[in-house]
Design a protein around this ligand. Structure first.
Ligand code: P6P
Length: 336
């Protein structure tokens, strides 16, 4: 039986990969792990929280019972504030970024973007949800507060990214640009333990993941590719919780698509705290991530915190096939 390697132990051990690392990123990743454990505890009581929530009363610890995604948002910010390693956060839950005052006047180097509880509409029906995070090195002057430019960086500038999937078990998957590793929470010891070392996405898989309900609203090239997936007898798996759909693809191969529709002409999913962090992970695992106009997601210019993007990500061979369909059938110019 392999020795248990905890997330903390792994992060500290991997710090050696970065010769000039001074421990700030290590501290930040560990604090995100703590937040994940706190959120996990509440997500696992979702049904009860919903009952309590309807009473509008306070929970056992005196906190006003909140919607879980706001709860997750609050806990992530609390943990990041206490870390002293983060000078600002941008969350799906807030219109603007939030500067974090220096702790003991320590000039912190990093900003964090996150979707605190992606897919939270699934909570009421007990379907998996996830936290998505990305870490950037600040670009603004270290002796002042963070600025918007710290958050409007391309995905290719990410220092680290990851997600937490609150599913049949709770797993934290992250990368600092040296491969992807997954850690499953062992509730008996309250630790995330290494369970998926050096994840490599299969070159192709038997699944495609798209909201088939929008099929007639997709452009012709996307409909032709989706028809091809069906002709190839691939299996459609779509949970409506991006972290769950991407996690399956990371482990078993496949392709995830969210093309443009009339309702979302730029795509629905958010670039900063959904597409970029997950694209970083998928590429680090050997996969590909591009827009449905064939631009590499991580190269996209970021102009707004809540900017949307179309997305196709997953197994490299399947992305290449999708690309061929877009080039063949698209009436619009594509980026090669
Ligand atoms: P639709 C959840 O709201 C989310 O942001 C992603 O997690 C998910 O992949 C997508 O939207 C689902 O969107 O339009 O298919 O319901």
């Amino acid at each position: 039986m392999n020795r248990i390697i905890t997330l903390d132990e792994f992060i500290i051990h991997r710090q050696k990969d970065f010769p000039f690392a001074s421990g700030e990123l290590t501290g930040l990743l560990r604090d995100i792990g703590v937040a994940a454990k706190i959120v996990n505890r509440e997500v696992n009581k979702a049904g009860l929280v919903n009952i309590l929530g309807s009473a509008g009363g306070d929970n056992a610890t005196g906190d006003e019972v909140q919607k879980l995604d706001l709860y997750a948002n609050e806990k992530l910010i609390e943990c990041l504030k206490n870390s002293g390693e983060c000078c600002g956060v941008a969350s799906e839950e807030f219109e603007d970024f939030i500067p974090i005052p220096a702790v003991a006047s320590k000039a912190s180097k990093y900003v964090v973007v996150f979707d605190p509880l992606d897919g939270s509409s699934n909570i009421d029906v007990n379907v998996s949800v996830g936290t998505i995070f990305g870490i950037y090195r600040r670009k603004s002057n270290a002796d002042g507060p963070c600025t918007l430019e710290d958050f409007l960086q391309k995905g290719s500038e990410l220092v680290a990214a990851g997600y937490v999937l609150y599913g049949t078990s709770t797993i934290l998957v992250y990368s600092t640009g040296r491969g992807v590793n997954g850690f499953t929470l062992d509730p008996s010891i309250g630790e995330f333990c290494l369970s998926h070392r050096d994840i490599q996405i299969p070159n192709r898989g038997n699944y495609y993941s798209v909201n088939q309900g929008y099929y007639l609203k997709f452009d012709v090239e996307m409909r032709r590719y989706i028809d091809h997936c069906s002709d190839m007898n691939l299996r459609l798996r779509y949970i409506g919780s991006m972290v769950s759909d991407i996690h399956r693809i990371l482990l078993q191969g496949g392709i995830f698509l969210y093309p443009q529709t009339r309702k979302y002409p730029q795509g629905k999913l958010r670039l900063v705290y959904e597409c970029n962090p997950l694209s970083f992970i998928v590429e680090q695992a050997g996969g590909k991530a591009m827009t449905c106009q064939l631009q590499r997601v991580l190269d996209l210019e970021v102009t707004h915190l809540h900017q949307r993007a179309t997305i196709a990500m997953g197994s490299p061979d399947m992305i290449d096939e999708m690309k061929a369909f877009v080039e063949k059938y698209s009436a619009l110019p594509t980026f090669n």
